[in-house]
Design a binder for this molecule. Structure first.
Ligand code: UD1
Ligand code: UDP
Length: 383
């Protein structure tokens, strides 16, 4: 029996780990000891509830306005006892959060192999996104198995010297989660969403939470939104406000009480994914949305200067607009006024996966532990 310990802590990690954990739990030769750090609390619990994931261990570390040092040290300390007791054969981490980095470091200190889901995404700018670029790189340095979502990510890992036989192109598990969640006949759990007029109004979804956007850049984003709703009477903005106190304060100060701007609590993934499937446009600095919205044929304007997800930019569905207020306004105005430009961007492209990423990862793990002689098929998309 192989013991695998998936460790995750935030909303996006949970969404992207859920299909994999579910699939691992069907394996008879594998025991899955799901562990959450709870770097996020409410936003993590929303995902655990939706996918009915019941962690064996919950480190419950979240503190209001926690610092990066706090997260890193508390995760390291609390995992020490757990890893010593459980002695897993493999620790699985996801993405670029401080939980992913600290958990991989904790595993390394105990000489436990690490599998990295969503490996190899790079901007090659140490401070953008901060601290995620470095979290992902450091996790990659420690990892023994690298599950690259795309060929571009695999190439980045090869360039850094990761051996070919330790990388598998799998697609992104977020597409597995999305395909399991979006339904044409979906009814929203959040009642206000059922009252949105998707036919006569253009619904713009906005999310922002990146640390490098705190302060002036985030204020610019919110100011641009006030201009957009004033200029375009058929636009409604839906902004599920991230629970980070810095984001909440700025959003409510600048956008509170604005007509046709709906500041709402973070949505459960079912509501959010189905809202994305029905919206006109997405404005975001999130990583995951750059993968999901293209799959749903929704144009994305990215509120950042760089991206570690270039594939959908190349495909034309995602555009980088940064955080200058005028630039944001112009980019949105173009997509609202120019039907041809909008149609060019609103193509469903899916460079990030085909819904079978979890299956490929499980096959690669089975091969690593010699439970099968078949290395498994890679995800073949290249853009
Ligand atoms: C974290 C990740 C980021 C990821 C994002 C996804 C790091 C350093 N950052 O950023 O990579 O993109 O999650 O959302 O790993 N809070 C709550 N309840 C929650 C979640 C957060 O109250 O459920 C508040 C708390 O005050 C917390 C603060 O938000 O201290 C910040 O949370 P933290 O995980 O440190 O940073 P995020 O900005 O959420
Ligand atoms: N999401 C959600 N509810 C929301 C906003 C986002 O479920 O109110 C989902 C979204 O579909 C995506 C993930 O959360 O899968 C993105 O998380 P976030 O923006 O917090 O982090 P990032 O992707 O930037 O790391």
């Amino acid at each position: 029996m192989i013991k695998i310990m998936p460790i995750f802590g935030t909303r996006p990690e949970a969404i992207k780990m859920a299909p994999l954990v579910k699939r691992l739990q069907t394996e008879r030769q594998i025991r899955t000891v799901t562990t959450v750090t709870a770097q996020h609390r409410e936003m993590l619990d929303q995902v655990l509830n939706l996918f009915q994931l019941k962690p064996v261990y919950d480190l419950d570390i979240m503190e209001p306005a926690q610092t990066l040092t706090q997260i890193t040290t508390v995760v390291l300390q609390r995992l020490e006892a757990l890893i010593t007791r459980e002695k897993p054969d493999l620790v699985l981490v996801q993405g670029d959060t401080t939980t992913a980095f600290a958990a991989s470091l904790a595993a390394f200190y105990h000489k436990i192999p690490v599998g990295h889901v969503e490996a190899g995404l790079r901007t090659d700018d140490k401070y953008a996104p901060f601290p995620e670029e470095m979290n992902r790189k450091l996790t990659g340095c420690i990892a023994d198995l690298h599950f690259a979502p795309t060929l571009t990510a695999k190439k980045a890992l090869r360039k850094e010297g990761v051996p070919e036989d330790r990388i598998m192109v799998t697609g992104n598990t977020v597409i597995d989660a999305l395909l399991q969640t979006v339904k044409p006949t979906y009814t929203f759990a959040e009642p206000s969403l059922n009252h949105l007029d998707f036919l006569r109004r253009k619904i713009i979804i906005v999310t922002t939470h990146r640390r490098e956007n705190f302060g002036k850049p985030m204020e610019n984003i919110f100011q641009a939104l006030t201009t957009i709703v004033k200029e375009f009477p058929d636009v409604e903005v839906v902004l599920p406000v991230h629970l980070n106190p810095q984001v909440r304060a700025a959003a409510h100060r600048i956008l509170g009480g604005q007509e046709r701007v709906h500041l709402i609590a973070p949505l459960a993934y079912g509501d959010f994914a189905n809202l994305m499937a029905r919206c006109y446009l997405v404005l975001t600095d999130s990583g995951g949305l750059q993968e999901e919205a293209p799959a749903l044929g929704r144009p994305v304007l990215v509120l950042r200067e760089t991206t570690e997800r270039p594939e959908a930019v190349v495909a034309g569905t995602v555009k980088m607009v940064g955080t200058d207020g005028d630039r944001i306004f112009q980019a949105v105005a173009t997509l609202l006024r120019n039907v041809e430009e909008y149609s060019r961007m609103a193509n469903a492209v899916n460079p990030y996966g085909d819904g079978k990423a979890a299956e490929r990862i499980v096959q690669a793990i089975r091969y690593f532990f010699k439970l099968t002689t078949q290395p498994g098929e890679e995800y073949g998309s290249e853009l």
